[in-house]
Design a protein. Structure first.
Length: 641
């Protein structure tokens, strides 16, 4: 029996090769493999595993298995030994994740040693930040001693695979409303290096230690996990890559004429806001909507308060249900039939969507995060953008729950571990109450609007414009809703009598009428689409095809991993950028073409009265525009209220 000691003096772990039945070349090649595995391990791992681990080549392992461990013994598949002995294993490509047969054997040794290390109960230092926070909370509530969740920090030991921090990053986050229970299903399924990692936290640790130790790109592909292992071991492989600045993301904005592929640079993110869309009467929106706003500085601008003026640069992180049909089903939303995905959207589109279309106000409240926490949160958001494809439940895994889980895993703030809310409004109250969000920016409403901490619903603006119309034109209606209920043909005669100020107000209110009609047309089309599809309405066929293709083709904007055909893992790197540009450009051009085709067809599907009303509104808008130009030429500037 030949013993192989670690290459570095004093290492406690020993790998002992059972070599009696091996030929000299097989013994030598095996010994080199064992030495290489030991040399790849972190010093802490070598010291912690103070034992002798036997290694044996075995004939009857399951097909396609490279090895397994149990009882202090690692067994390797003997069918692979001849190729290792003659050197051909270094060149034999394999469909497995590490590329060659020899690399897979090396990874197998590391994988099985990782299991041994993970099973050794490691004393974990107490989470001092959580202990301090819990002590403060207990004192404020008049409690004696620490709550159980905090006391456990000093009484228990963690392995890697049950460390709460690793579980958050790995994809088994704490379930909201479950007193610390973890999610049973790992939804970080896209861009995985090996699907085996998703079967359990134990296998996740072993698979990822393979990549941490053997793949120089791991630091850039999975930066949050690389940081975790580096901090755990107090060490990192010498070959770890220095990563390029910024992360590739896809902007899921509705402008299909624009290139969606962007590089998100955390250095340009000044602050992160909790962006809250206030509730309305729709049942899916009655508790508001949770989002995060990235306040991104324009290129060349130093980070600072002026970056809040660069609205065209700001992005919104919004967890939403990806609905692959025109019908949003309440039952499907309750049962998790819709995927939950992280959409990256332009701030301007989000503002228009809520304030102009849904007539809901937005509050943008800065989170009190340290610089390092902001950068970690941006990094984690990019990772989830490429990996996450969960299930959306309106009542248990909704936007608030998803946002809270992102804040927990992205910032590692101890205070967030104790927060628990399934309501967007409730989460906002908790963030403010725990001092994590600065609601003082809303104290002065006018200043909040001026500085972009609040975006008011256009309903108030429409009413203000209507007040101008009522005063200047002596209209009989009292509310803007009453005016908009009139047919466009009855609003048209007032255009010619309006002065410059009233004409500007008419323009804004008539635009509101157009948006209102388009929303009603959308509902009309949904109903006709669904009923017509059931009875095989031939007039819907062309529009149906375009709509279905748009819904299917736009999925990549919220699941960008589709663009790379399961090549690579984690965050895409420089070698994948060209393919990303090509694929995203081609799909975006196709979406733009489909959108134009659908726009042409949809108008034909509307009822006769709806088409006439839309045509009348568009004529009104054209007439108001011409009237405004005439008044401008006649002299006088425009002063809006």
């Amino acid at each position: 029996m030949l013993a192989s000691l670690a290459g570095q003096a004093g290492a406690a772990l020993r790998l002992t090769l059972e070599s009696q039945a091996l030929q000299p070349t097989e013994r030598a090649a095996s010994q080199i493999l064992l030495d290489e595995a030991l040399a790849a391990l972190p010093p802490r791992m070598l010291q912690q595993l103070d034992r002798d681990v036997r290694v044996r080549w075995r004939d009857n392992l399951p097909e396609h298995a490279y090895g397994r461990t149990g009882g202090g013994l690692i067994e390797l598949n003997r069918e692979l030994l001849p190729a290792l002995a003659d050197g051909s294993a270094a060149n034999q490509r394999t469909a497995r994740v590490h590329g060659t047969v020899r690399q897979e054997l090396l990874a197998t040794l590391i994988h099985e040693l990782a299991h041994l290390y993970d099973r050794a109960r490691l004393w974990s230092p107490p989470n001092n930040r959580l202990l301090a926070f819990c002590g403060q909370r207990a004192a404020s509530l008049g409690l004696v001693g620490l709550p159980d969740v905090c006391r456990g920090q000093t009484q228990r030991r963690f392995t890697l695979s049950d460390d709460p921090r690793l579980l958050d990053l790995a994809g088994w986050p704490q379930r909201v409303g479950s007193r610390g229970e973890r999610e049973a299903h790992n939804a970080q399924v896209a861009r995985s290096p090996d699907p085996y990692e998703l079967t359990s936290p134990l296998e996740f640790v072993a698979v990822n230690l393979e990549y941490f130790l053997l793949d120089p790109d791991y630091a850039c592909r999975r930066p949050s996990l690389h940081r975790y292992f580096r901090e755990h071991f107090g060490w990192q492989p010498a070959a770890s890559q220095v990563c390029a600045g910024g992360y590739p993301i896809l902007n899921a904005g509705s402008d299909f004429g624009r290139t969606p592929l962007l590089r998100l640079d955390p250095e340009r993110v000044y602050e992160v806001d909790y962006l809250f869309a206030e509730a309305n009467d729709a049942w899916v929106s009655r508790w508001g909507h949770s989002m995060l706003r990235l306040v991104i500085c324009a290129p060349g601008r130093p980070r600072g308060p002026d970056c809040r003026l660069d609205l065209d640069q700001h992005l919104v992180l919004s967890f939403r249900a990806f609905v692959g049909d025109v019908q949003l089903s309440s039952w499907d939303g309750l049962t998790g039939a819709y995927p939950s995905r992280l959409f990256v959207l332009p701030l301007g589109q989000v503002i228009d969507e809520y304030t102009k279309v849904e007539l809901r106000s937005l509050a943008s409240i800065p989170l009190r995060l340290e610089r390092r926490e902001i950068e970690m949160l941006v990094e984690r958001s990019a990772e989830l953008h490429w990996s996450y494809d969960g299930d959306y439940y309106f009542l248990s895994n909704n936007c608030a729950v998803e946002t809270l889980k992102l804040l927990r895993s992205g910032t590692d703030r101890a205070e967030l571990a104790a927060l628990d809310s399934i309501l967007p409004s409730g989460l906002l109250e908790l963030l403010i109450g725990r001092g994590l969000a600065d609601a003082s920016v809303l104290d002065d409403p006018r200043e909040a609007l001026r500085l972009g901490y609040r975006f008011d619903s256009y309903r108030d603006r429409y009413q203000a414009m209507f007040t101008v119309l009522k005063e200047r034109l002596d209209l009989p209606q009292d509310k803007v809703e009453q005016w908009l209920e009139l047919p466009a043909s009855e609003r048209q005669p007032w255009i010619a009598t309006a002065d410059l100020r009233a004409s500007a107000a008419l323009l804004l209110v008539e635009q509101a009428a157009l948006r209102q009609q388009l929303l009603q047309a959308q509902e009309e089309l949904k109903k006709r689409y669904l009923s017509g599809r059931e009875r095989g309405d031939a007039s819907l066929a062309k529009a149906d095809g375009a709509l279905r293709e748009i819904l299917a083709s736009s999925g990549y904007l919220s699941r960008p991993a589709e663009l790379l055909d399961d090549q690579g893992y984690g965050l895409p790197q420089a070698g994948e950028w060209q393919r990303l540009e090509q694929q995203s450009g081609e799909r975006q051009a196709h979406l733009n073409q489909l959108s134009e085709e659908l726009e042409r067809e949809v108008r034909l599907l509307l009822g006769h009265e709806r088409r006439l009303e839309l045509d009348s509104i568009e004529r009104n808008l054209k007439q108001i525009g011409q009237h405004l130009r005439t008044l401008h030429k006649a002299g006088g500037g425009l002063e809006l209220p």
